[in-house]
Design a protein around this ligand. Structure first.
Ligand SMILES: [Zn+2]
Length: 209
């Protein structure tokens, strides 16, 4: 794969590319109504009182709002999932060896732009039977991005994973757990196989997102 065919590492992709313009058009034509929330500003909950007060945003970060499709609790104390965020990275092979030794399967929430750096590692994760999921393209707080920028984050993450593995993921985790309603509506466009992309934010005995 050629990195020059993809946006730069660890930065929100530009929205004026032909790819993103096409994805924006697909969202507009999908029939899913996307509310026009303005992005939040740096400083978290105290800096964004209007966004916190708006229950229609369902801003998980400030108030813990969740939806039915969220995986938020473990069924019981012995029934849980093992997950890792933010890779692939240079230490991924060590982790894969360890998981083989202890015979465990995990979910890897991968950063799209880092898949460009380590496509073979992503293939190893998948071929060993682990689940591959989306952790956005650039690892920014999604509520600070515009709708178009979130479409770009999703679109490129979906594309690079499909390009490398031939399959499209159906689970995502927002960086820093920062998530609100608009994200879920956009997710319906991202994953058309079952109508929505599910999120896993809480039931995770893992490293922090
Ligand atoms: Zn993360």
């Amino acid at each position: 794969m050629s990195p020059s065919n993809y946006p730069p590492l660890d930065r929100p992709p530009p929205t004026d590319s032909p790819e993103v313009q096409q994805w924006i058009k697909e969202v507009q034509e999908s029939g899913v109504e996307i509310p026009g929330f303005s992005p939040t500003v740096a400083g978290g909950c105290p800096a964004n009182p209007d966004a916190v007060a708006d229950s229609s945003r369902c801003w998980w970060t400030c108030g813990g709002c969740t939806r039915e499709s969220d995986v938020t609790t473990c069924p019981d104390k012995l029934n849980w999932g093992l997950t890792y965020d933010d890779g692939p990275a240079p230490y991924t092979p060590d982790l894969l060896n360890y998981l083989d030794q202890v015979n465990l399967k995990a979910t890897f929430f991968v950063v799209g732009s880092r898949v460009i750096s380590y496509p073979a590692l992503l293939q190893q994760e998948y071929l060993k039977g682990h689940q591959i999921a989306v952790h956005t393209w650039s690892h920014y707080s999604l509520t600070t991005l515009s709708t178009e920028e979130i479409i770009a984050e999703f679109g490129w993450s979906k594309k690079v994973i499909k390009d490398v593995l031939g399959v499209t993921p159906t689970v995502m985790r927002p960086p820093f757990g920062d998530i609100e309603s608009v994200f879920f509506l956009l997710a319906r466009w991202v994953d058309r196989t079952d109508g929505q992309l599910h999120s896993a934010t809480v039931c995770v005995p893992s490293a922090r997102p």
